[in-house]
Design a protein around this ligand. Structure first.
Ligand SMILES: Cc1cc2nc3c(=O)[nH]c(=O)nc-3n(C[C@H](O)[C@H](O)[C@H](O)COP(=O)(O)OP(=O)(O)OC[C@H]3O[C@@H](n4cnc5c(N)ncnc54)[C@H](O)[C@@H]3O)c2cc1C
Length: 473
């Protein structure tokens, strides 16, 4: 499996970042020589790890290293959806991991979304992050997809009666009459939210810097090129800080290394390549005509269809479109994939396939009954790199020597949220920080997110990843 490489220096311009935060390019005049915890990546996961370490370990120093500008990865380029996927996935999860673990995963994702809301309140950023608590309308475009979904939800509610009532199923006629959505075989409504994640994350980083000026350093434009381990008992420096992170600004020594590197993880951790792979997503912001109502404070949308492949164009349809509307401007934030596999299994967000954008511009008006209308005004379009794992679950835990190739035990990872970061990252980051500090999180972190030997042998494997990709063709 290919090396995803370092994050590309000049990514496409994400609308979420159109007013860069004052800390976007922040860095110390010279890179510190050492730190307790070196966190690689300044997305929401890196933020969550840093926040928890700073709050729970009053003496430790934390350094964030980011290849580009603050929060310029997936978190600053996503669809703004705060929604869980677990209901749709339940049947598969229960079959693979058993009903108890599947239920734990679902509860984790819903609790994570609550934690997002709590963070917004704690930091008093509801206004600036434009967070909306609303209902998500999951629309199923084929009978088969709708049937599978209903079966999954029935199984979820049967196994976990406490989850009854989260999803409300509605038929095609109601989807059209009450929600104005065309082309549905049926739909479901569930509690969800939307947010401007870049603004949330950059604001919280800024608050952390203010609160912990002597313990936190944020080093932007500082790609980590390699990690080395050297515990030489003859040298006090290497005993305390056995890791050396090489960067173009010089080396940084650290006690522990925390990879919050998402789709790029395989660059520094070659043994993860294939088990975790980058997946490039496309986002647009489209301005609808005035006849389309602004429902941004009450509804967000997901459109599900069977993954498809067109041999003539070699393009595959990923199976999902996601849509949020700004309550302030009425703009639609619309994303989803219809592109060539080689373009989507890519860590290069410095370009955007034009056909992916025109596909999104053609599809969106159709959902609102405007098939054949002129495309809506395109405000912005960009790409972003997600991290996918071969078994569809995040990786949260300590990296063994088998994965790092190094003998130390101070390397940790929280990555690969398979397109559902807002429902996973915050608590995964917190769990990782607590694990680093020696706390037990088994009560609430799904065991299947861990890096146990069985997972590495059976599901988090390159052949599984290849099969999952082949299934799309
Ligand atoms: C187009 C798109 C749409 C999405 N839509 C949604 C959505 O609507 N809802 C949802 O829940 N999720 C969505 N996601 C997924 C979600 O955004 C991610 O799961 C989440 O943001 C991951 O956060 P992270 O902090 O783990 O990774 P990132 O935000 O990607 O952060 C990783 C950071 O690590 C840095 N980095 C990597 N390697 C190095 C290195 N060697 N040295 C220094 N820095 C490095 C990168 O530059 C990057 O900034 C979407 C993602 C994309 C791309």
């Amino acid at each position: 499996m290919a090396d995803p490489g370092l994050p590309r220096p000049k990514p496409t311009y994400s609308y979420w970042q159109h007013a860069p935060h004052v800390l976007a390019d922040t860095q110390s005049s010279t890179l510190p020589t050492d730190t307790d915890h070196a966190i690689i990546g300044s997305g929401i996961t890196g933020l969550a790890v840093a926040k928890s370490l700073l709050e729970r370990d009053p003496s430790s120093k934390v350094t964030i290293l980011e290849a580009r500008t603050l929060c310029s990865g997936a978190t600053g380029r996503n669809g703004g959806q705060m929604a869980a996927n677990a209901g749709e996935e339940y049947s598969h999860l229960a079959q693979t991991y058993g009903p108890q673990e599947a239920g734990k995963i679902i509860k984790f994702t819903f609790r994570n979304l609550e934690k997002m809301r709590e963070l917004v309140e704690e930091q008093d950023v509801a206004e600036v992050s434009e967070m909306q608590q609303l209902k998500k309308l999951r629309v199923f475009l084929t009978d088969g997809k709708f049937r599978d979904f209903k079966e999954s939800i029935a199984r979820l509610e049967g196994d976990h009666p406490s989850m009854k009532g989260i999803y409300t199923i509605i038929d095609a006629a109601t989807t059209l009459q009450e929600y104005g959505v065309h082309g549905a075989a049926g739909a479901a409504i569930l509690p969800a939210g939307t947010i401007w994640p870049y603004r949330l994350v950059t604001r919280v980083f800024s608050a952390l810097l203010e609160k912990y000026p002597d313990r936190l350093t944020i080093e932007m434009n500082t790609p980590v090129e390699s990690v080395e381990y050297n515990s030489n008992i003859a040298s006090p420096m290497t005993t305390v800080y056995p890791y050396k992170l090489r960067t173009p600004r010089g080396p940084l020594r650290a006690r522990s290394v925390v990879y919050c590197t998402n789709g790029y993880s395989g660059h520094l951790l070659p043994r993860l390549r294939g088990r975790v792979h980058p997946s490039k997503g496309t986002m647009t912001v489209q301005d609808p005509p005035k006849s389309v109502p602004n429902q941004g404070s009450s509804i967000s949308w997901g459109f599900h269809y069977p993954p498809s492949y067109d041999p003539a164009s070699k393009r595959h349809g990923y199976g999902l479109y996601y849509l949020a509307q700004s309550a302030k401007t009425g703009y639609f934030y619309f994303g989803g994939e219809n592109t060539r596999v080689d373009e989507s299994v890519s860590a290069d967000d410095s370009f955007l396939a034009e056909h992916s954008v025109s596909h999104l511009r053609t599809v969106l008006p159709q959902f609102f009954g405007q098939k054949g209308s002129a495309p809506w005004h395109l405000m912005a379009s960009w790409s972003g790199v997600m991290g996918f794992s071969s078994d569809g679950l995040p990786l949260v835990g300590r990296l063994s020597s088998a994965l790092t190739g190094r003998s130390g035990t101070g390397e940790w990872i929280a990555a690969a949220f398979n397109g559902y970061g807002m429902a996973n990252c915050l608590m995964s980051g917190e769990a990782l920080a607590r694990m680093i500090l020696g706390e037990n999180v088994d009560d609430w972190l799904p065991e299947s997110y861990g890096l146990g030997e069985r997972r590495l042998r059976e599901t988090l494997t390159v052949p599984k990843a290849v099969n999952a990709l082949k299934a799309k063709l």
